[in-house]
Design a protein around this ligand. Structure first.
Ligand code: KG4
Ligand code: ZN
Length: 317
């Protein structure tokens, strides 16, 4: 069975083709450089650039996988959540191909796709606990099957990636700030600046708007006193605080739900501290099936949507 999958929820337009569980192509047109000058993703621009990229992405995906469009059995696409203009373009392309081929459509959830991105190169042994960290989401999910996702805890305001990006903008690192803070954090002293630990309570929920405000206030206070901010130390201190809550809550969830697989998903799972932390927690609680997705499958990509579609088809028969 061959499934063609489309991911277009934000600023990537991507097509993947999966054949019997094997990814044949994961063609991605990224717009990061187009949005950098604006300091973040401009929804209108994202949708317009998707329109420009549709043709070459389809052509490249078919060329790379060496198959004809006519041999596709099903068409999957990201239905939600995401930027509405971007989502509509992916849905329209999916519906057009489905209509032309007279083949069924599979509408899927972006975050569930991110989680299954982790299963492309590693096998899921259920239940799976996934720490989802992206520009729009921060949540702990327990997955019992490709059709059974349970959200254990979630952010009550900003997502972790959003917090990284906004703080990075204030210190002039530009968009996307997450990878830049992560890189500089390795060079600094994580104990130099004190920031409050977000939502340091017994719940499974997260809050990153408080950390964002505290970080920005710290920068402004130093500015007012004409004291220089050490960027590397600040990045290290910020990263330590931003990731420590995740460790605390994830450990608690692991103790309570006893998963057989531990993994991470979403764009922020490219973060070096979080990747390291997952293995530390896996070792501490003896979860042998602990792994992190390869970078290509962390940020938005259609291979994760293709893999989720395939696993659902297998499960549903
Ligand atoms: O999943 P994703 O590609 O898009 C959404 O669906 O949100 O995630 C993008 C987010 C951005 O906020 C970006 O700054 C963040 O992932 N990110 C990182 C790192 N790499 C990407 N954040 C922290 N450390 C990183 N290494
Ligand atoms: Zn995403």
């Amino acid at each position: 069975m061959k499934i063609l999958a489309i991911e277009s929820s934000c600023d990537e337009f991507s097509i993947s083709i999966i054949e019997d569980g094997k990814i044949l192509t994961n063609t991605i047109s990224s717009q990061i450089s187009d949005h950098t000058e604006f300091g973040g993703v401009i929804p209108e621009l994202a949708a317009r650039l998707h329109v420009q990229n549709i043709n070459w992405v389809i052509e490249n995906a078919l060329l790379e996988s060496n198959i004809s469009l006519e041999s596709i059995d099903k068409i999957a696409y990201t239905a939600l959540p995401g930027l509405i203009g971007s989502l509509i373009i992916g849905k329209t392309v999916a519906e057009t191909i489905a209509l032309y081929l007279n083949k069924p459509l599979i509408p899927l959830h972006h975050i569930e796709g991110h989680i299954f991105g982790a299963s492309i190169e590693n096998e899921f042994i259920y239940p799976v606990m996934a720490m989802v960290v992206s520009g729009g989401h921060t949540q702990i999910e327990l997955v019992n099957s490709p059709n059974d996702f349970m959200i254990i805890g979630s952010t009550t305001d900003d997502a972790i990636g959003e917090c990284y990006d906004k703080v990075a903008r204030v210190i002039g690192l530009g968009y996307p700030g997450g990878p830049k803070i992560d890189k500089l954090a390795t060079l600094g002293d994580e104990n130099k600046y004190k920031l409050p630990l977000p939502k340091n309570d017994s719940s499974y929920d997260f809050s990153y708007s408080g950390l964002k405000t505290a970080a920005i206030n710290l920068i402004h206070n130093l500015n007012q006193k004409n004291e220089e901010l050490n960027i590397n130390d600040f990045c290290a201190s910020f990263q330590k605080t931003a990731t420590e809550t995740i460790r605390k809550k994830l450990e608690k969830a692991v103790e309570e739900f006893k998963p057989n697989t531990l993994t991470i998903a979403g764009g922020v799972s490219a973060n070096t501290s979080i990747r390291k932390m997952i293995f530390e927690i896996g070792a501490k609680y003896n979860i042998k099936n602990t792994f992190v997705p390869k970078m290509e499958y962390c940020t938005d990509n259609a291979a994760m949507i293709a893999k989720l579609a395939y696993e659902k088809e297998m499960e549903n028969g």
